[in-house]
Design a protein around this ligand. Sequence first.
Ligand code: 4BW
Length: 149
Amino acid sequence: MNTMQEGKPLTDMYVADLMIAAEKVAHVQLNNSLEHALLVLVKSGYSAVPVLDMSYKLVGTIGKTVILNQILGLERIEVEKLSDIAVHEVMNTDIPHLKKEDPFTDGLKAVINAPFVCVSDSEGYFDGILTRRALLKQLQRNLYKTNNN
Ligand code: 4BW
């Protein structure tokens, strides 16, 4: 996030001001195996990450819980299944998304129900994510400033 945002009122802020840019976001591709996706999730430490297609368009998200549910057998965890299932078979495609030019208030609404929301352009190309943390940090800054004025 740009530190220049500190002085701005929330009504003058946009998703672009607070989002994490695509190049800093861990992601997987739709043809990756669940084994690869689980490695990315465990190594990055995130519970869920965006899924992109071969041209870097946003197509969904995938998280640890969905993957673990796929390999949960009656008696044991069937780890061998991980390499046979592709990300696109189980990813969540019903996801809200924002545009860079959307106002702060749209971002705030979006992260009430999700820890992060993907940002894409009008053609569907992935621009980054807006996280609950970035939103809350900015809210806290502005509240602090208001209370000290
Ligand atoms: O590796 C981490 N570094 C830092 N600085 N904080 C982390 C890390 N992992 C988790 N956290 C913290 C953050 O406060 O735990 C929160 C919940 O993580 P999550 O959901 O369940 O993995 C984090 O909250 P957040 O920053 O508001 O991020 C919300 C969600 O956005 C994360 C994760 O699913 C996604 N995310 C955040 N940064 C990401 C990312 N996904 C891919 N790449 C990134 N760089």
